[in-house]
Write a protein that binds this ligand. Structure first.
Ligand SMILES: Cc1cc2nc3c(=O)[nH]c(=O)nc-3n(C[C@H](O)[C@H](O)[C@H](O)COP(=O)(O)OP(=O)(O)OC[C@H]3O[C@@H](n4cnc5c(N)ncnc54)[C@H](O)[C@@H]3O)c2cc1C
Length: 460
């Protein structure tokens, strides 16, 4: 479907001619996001500047039945912004103002297109912490983070994006502007629409402004690393650490294959003879951080760690965190197509799940390396293949189907933080069941009677 000239003219009247693109070459970069394989060229890309412009575009979409796909930086990993049914991709990146940072109220108000790092840096400049820290934070938008309920390396202690969203300005597909929540930590008036919109993957409303909670900046941050013979030993250490009553900010793991790929990529001096690596970190007052890291180190040793070291400098601490952050680019170098997943299981079952993943990889004859958030059971099994090898890609997709089935079987889920999008749509009912799927569809219909907002995703 291509848009009629009169429709394009209406869009141009709403946002200005220079903010509407319809030429094939201009549309191409918006045909895909950070998810491999999925691709669909939209009919138009529109860059609004205000909530009113967003409302006008959505009213037009509903009136004419034209799909509208909200998009931030397009960094999602579940094909959530691929315009499978054509229509308009609505890019929020021009709405990039930080409206307020309030140290008194410990909150910030931002437009949806502000990058995560810009918000974090503006908060830090006032001695405040915005905890959600997805690996993509230099490019991802706060609107995209809220719409996907993004997690990050600090999730164990600080939770995920939803824990920080106090209020939203959202435009419904019908063009109504709703303001949910606000500046309050305590507010139970009505259904919690702020939470409903958080993680709704652009299917219920377009977020144009967010009010998010901030925390005082911790005085000190430090990191350590422990090497284990097996991932089972590392898993035992994780259970022990939490059982000791310590909830560190960071508790991440890399399996043997990831350690090798990261070391080859970043030359951090990681031990290559280890079966698993556990990265742990904490923040807070210096004495508390020292105490917690020492106890974590002891617990790792008593769980069979081959070696435990604490970072001796801020630079080394950052280098260790980089080891985790660069897992994905490091693995991606091993082939031309990287399929990254985020199945999640209850924390004590991580090692068991990684064993399942390894067995599934062998069965389908595909290479799968696994890293992830040990503290919250969120695993990122990653398969790197040759993009021309269709048979291998097909086997990898089948393998991930089995991985999701195994996660659900273990009381886990098909996605811990990346979202469902088009990529995991086929597995959603297995996770939620038919009754919840029907409820999702009724909620979707209440927000979006014409079914134009990111159609085909989530409850559509
Ligand atoms: C290298 C790399 C590392 C990553 N690390 C992490 C990680 O640690 N943790 C994690 O959770 N994710 C991670 N991601 C995934 C991704 O960055 C997050 O999902 C992020 O929140 C997406 O933000 P975005 O601005 O790119 O949104 P997009 O990709 O543009 O959109 C994502 C979804 O949000 C919707 N959306 C976007 N903006 C709005 C809006 N204003 N209103 C309504 N809906 C909207 C879209 O329709 C889509 O459904 C990573 C991705 C990469 C490439």
């Amino acid at each position: 479907m291509s848009l009629e000239r009169a429709v394009v003219a209406e869009l141009e009247a709403i946002v200005g001619t220079e903010h509407v693109r319809t030429e094939r070459g201009d549309l191409e970069p918006f045909a895909r996001d950070a998810t491999p394989v999925f691709r669909a060229v939209p009919d138009a890309v529109v860059f609004p500047r205000t909530t009113e412009e967003v409302a006008a575009v959505l009213r037009l979409g509903t009136r004419l039945g034209i799909p509208v796909v909200p998009r931030g930086a397009g960094s999602n990993l579940c094909a959530a912004t691929v315009a499978e049914q054509g229509g308009i991709v609505l890019v929020l990146t021009r709405m990039d103002r930080i409206l307020e940072i309030s140290p008194d109220e410990l909150l910030a108000r931002v437009e949806a297109g502000v990058t995560t790092v810009a918000l974090a840096e503006a908060a830090a400049a006032k001695g405040l912490l915005y905890p959600p820290d997805p690996g993509s934070r230099t490019v991802s938008t706060v609107g995209g983070n809220v719409a996907t309920c993004a997690g990050g390396l600090r999730g164990l202690k600080y939770g995920v994006t939803r824990n920080y969203v106090l209020g939203t300005t959202a435009v419904l597909p019908t063009g109504e502007v709703v303001r949910t929540g606000g500046r309050l930590w305590k507010d139970v008036a009505g259904y919690d629409l702020t939470r409903l919109l958080t993680g709704s993957e652009g299917t219920l409303g377009v977020l144009t402004e967010l009010t998010v909670a901030l925390l005082p900046m911790p005085a000190v941050t430090n990191t350590g690393v422990a090497y284990f013979r097996t991932l089972a030993d590392a898993g035992r250490a994780v259970s022990g650490i939490i059982g000791d009553g310590i909830v560190p900010a960071t508790l991440e793991f890399l399996d043997h294959k990831c350690i090798g790929a990261v070391e080859e990529y970043a030359h951090l001096g990681l031990r290559l003879d280890a079966g698993a690596l556990l990265l742990f970190g904490d923040d807070g007052p210096a004495d508390v951080v020292d105490h917690n890291l020492a106890r974590i180190g002891e617990r790792c040793t008593s769980s069979g760690a081959l070696a435990v070291t604490l970072a001796e400098s801020v630079a080394r601490s950052e280098a260790l965190l980089a080891a985790r952050r660069c897992s994905l680019p490091a693995l991606s170098r091993l082939g031309t197509l990287t399929l990254l997943e985020d199945a999640t299981v209850p924390r004590p079952r991580i090692a068991e799940m990684v064993d399942h993943i390894d067995e599934i990889a062998d069965r389908y004859d595909v290479p799968i390396a696994t890293f992830g958030h040990a503290g919250d059971g969120n695993l990122h099994p990653t398969c790197v293949v040759d993009q021309r090898d269709e048979a291998a890609i097909d086997r990898a997709h089948k393998a991930f189907g089995d991985v999701f089935a195994a996660a659900i079987e273990m009381d886990g889920t098909i996605t811990g933080e990346h979202g469902v999008g088009a990529a995991k749509r086929a597995y959603l009912e297995a996770r939620l069941g038919a009754d919840q799927m029907a409820l999702l569809r009724r909620i979707k219909a209440a927000f979006d009677p014409a079914g134009i907002l990111n159609p085909g995703k989530l409850g559509s």
